[in-house]
Each structure stands twice: as structure tokens, then as C-alpha cells.
Write a protein that binds this ligand. Sequence first.
Ligand code: GDP
Ligand code: MN
Length: 403
Amino acid sequence: MNIHEYQAKELLKSYGVRIQEGIVADSPEGALEAAKKLNAATGTSWYVIKAQIHAGGRGKGLVNETGSRGVVLAKSLEDVPVKAAGILGGTLVTIQTGAEGKKVNKVLVAEDVYYPGASEPKEYYLSILLDRGKGSNVIMASTEGGMDIEEVAEKHPEKIIKEWIDPKVGLQGFQARKVAFKLGLEGNAFKEMVKFITYLYNAYVGSDSAQFEINPVLKTSDDKILAVDAKVNLDDNALYRHQDLAALRDVAEEDPLEVEAGKSGLNYVKLDGNVGCMVNGAGLAMATMDMIKLSGGEPANFLDVGGGANAVTVEAGFRIILQDPNVKAILINVFGGIVRCDRIANGVVEAYKSIGNIPVPIIVRLQGTNAEEGARIIDESGLKVSSAITLKDAAEKVKAAIS
Ligand code: GDP
Ligand code: MN
């Protein structure tokens, strides 16, 4: 689960990580109030207004309606509500949102931390994530902060520092020092970076996160190290241990079809293709998507209806898949192990009748217990549904349906 920048920064701060301070607002007047409070608390007289959406690239992104960027500087209190009005309620398009963009409901009014001083402010990159291949957490860091890290990884892989941390042992002091050293830091900035990395790692472990990305981490002109941005991805499987974090969920940021599927207990991920699919079991669902591709189609979704598929879940699945206008055919691929194929077949027929007119062909491939009986029920239903028993047969029928 993703959370907003302002929520992520609060989480980091609660673990002692130094952040660019800010206050969230949902109106231009609220933004002005936030700026006044921030001025009283930090003494700042320049402010950064930052769109709060679950996507990066905001600094370079544009708000459709006003042409404002998603992150802008206000150099006076009076300018704060003006700049906030250019972002709030608008649709922000960034390289990560897709062309349709995302509606901005909140802005973070933050202190300006790029003030002049003894040295130039300098941006770094820092992330912590799970390296599944190594069964370890990994800290990734780079002096090329503020930039698109994928581009750095491609063009200058040597500029990405990696430090693996055994989760059983935890982050060792020497590891944090090694990263800070490789980033070329000295003196107080070095010490600050070691603290920053240590507290950040504590926050990552303490919140059961799957990924942290802090880009940029800033070395201020007076050698403080702080998080200017924060992308936090929490591990969904551990949310039950963190009711406070689970409460930060913002459904407005999620795909509406995925939210609806979640309510019906379905594991659905929207994709861009033309063949909808409904499968029991995640592994079989992956194999089915491969098969759709092999037959010349593109999967429109991933959908695992789970082990106890019945008429109600099948109907919910149909309804969700059919809301996607790109779908030209639906493939149902169910292995009757715990659940019998004839029950699934009856469920499909019932769901079909309950929905009424389904405008696209449906191919049902049932295998396992009572497969033949299931196929007979489908074939004799008189509906626009065809059955298949082998995967090859199903693939050919999908191909015919979309060509
Ligand atoms: P992203 O574009 O979505 O990754 O948003 P960020 O939070 O990373 O902000 C984008 C950019 O805004 C940063 O890389 C900085 O260059 C700039 N920025 C952020 N905070 C400040 C600030 O306090 N002062 C100034 N002058 N620029 C800032
Ligand atoms: Mn950023």
C-alpha cells in the first residue's frame, strides 16, 4: 500500500529521521494558515507547495487546467494561496501518472530547505528495499539525487552504491558509515548521514515496509541531512500489525475497479489488454495470462477468484471485467480440485443469466474433478459460452474470438 508524501514524512519523523517540515492543506486558505504556522515554527519565509498524489515526477509534471508544476516555490506568504490554487483541484500529469493524470485534493506546504549558506545544497538518492534474490534488505544510494534513478542505473550503474543488510542481524554501524563514506561526505555531514541512514532503516523495519525511496535526500548549506521527498510502500501482508498505518489508505488514489474487486474479496489487477480472464489460484492465473499472450491476445487483467469460487464470486468477477471497455473476450480457467467443475459451470451459467446480456464471447476451460460434466453444462446452457478442456483448445478459441 502506498501512502502520501506528507504521511510518509510523519512516519519517518516519528523514528527520528530529519525531514523537510511541512503542513498539509486542502484549500488555498488552509495553505496560507499552514504557511503561517510553519513560519512561526521554523522561521522560514519561502515555501514549497507540493501536490499530494501517489505518483512521482511531480516537480516536472504539469497541472492540466492551470499549467502550474506539481511542486512550486512561493517566496512570500501572500504568494502561498495563489500558488496552492494553481494546483488544488487540478489534474496533475507526470511521467508516472499516465496521460489521464491524477486529481490533486491536497497540497503539502513545506519549508524551503535550499537556502544559501556556507556551501551549496546537494541532493542525494537513498532507498531501502527487499532484494528477494538475496533474501536481504538492500540500501541503495547515489550522489545523483533528484534525478530519475532508472536513468542513472542505466547510464552510470557505477554511481549506485548498494549495501545488503541481513534482516536477522540488522543494520550494522559500519554499514551506515560505509554508505556515507562512499557518498563522499565528511565532517558533520558524514555524521548526520550515518544517523539519517540508521533511523531510516529503523523506520523501514518498524513499519514493515516493502520499499522506501527518498529522492532527494538533501545536504543543506549548513550540513544538515534531511528527507525532501518520501515514497513509502507498506507491505500489505503486515498491515494487520499496523492499524495506524492501515488507516492512512487513500482509496481516491487507487484504481476504482481494483477497489471494487477488493470489496468482493477478489484479487484483481487491471492491465491494458483485450482478453479478460478469471482464474482460481494466482499461479494458474499467471500461466493463463502467458497463454493469452501466446494466442495473440493481451491480458486485460489479472484476476484470482480464490479457492472457493462460486456463482457469487464468478458474477462479481464478470461485472468487474465487463466494466473495462477494452475487453473483447473473457477466458475462465478453473482447476476443479477442492471445488468441483460442475459447480463452477453452474455458477458461470447462473452468473451469466443474472447479468443478462454479456456482449463478448466467453470461453470456459474447466479441468479436474467432474470436468466433462462441467463442459456439458456449459455447452447445453444455450448461452454465448463455449467450453474447453485442454489449455490448447482454450487458446485456439480465444484466438478465434478476438481475431
Ligand atoms: P517529485 O518531483 O515528485 O519527485 O517531488 P520532490 O519532492 O522530489 O520535489 C521535486 C523537486 O522540487 C526537488 O528535486 C527539488 O529540486 C525541488 N524542491 C523541493 N523542495 C524544495 C525546497 O525547499 N526549495 C527549493 N528551491 N526546491 C525544492
Ligand atoms: Mn522526488
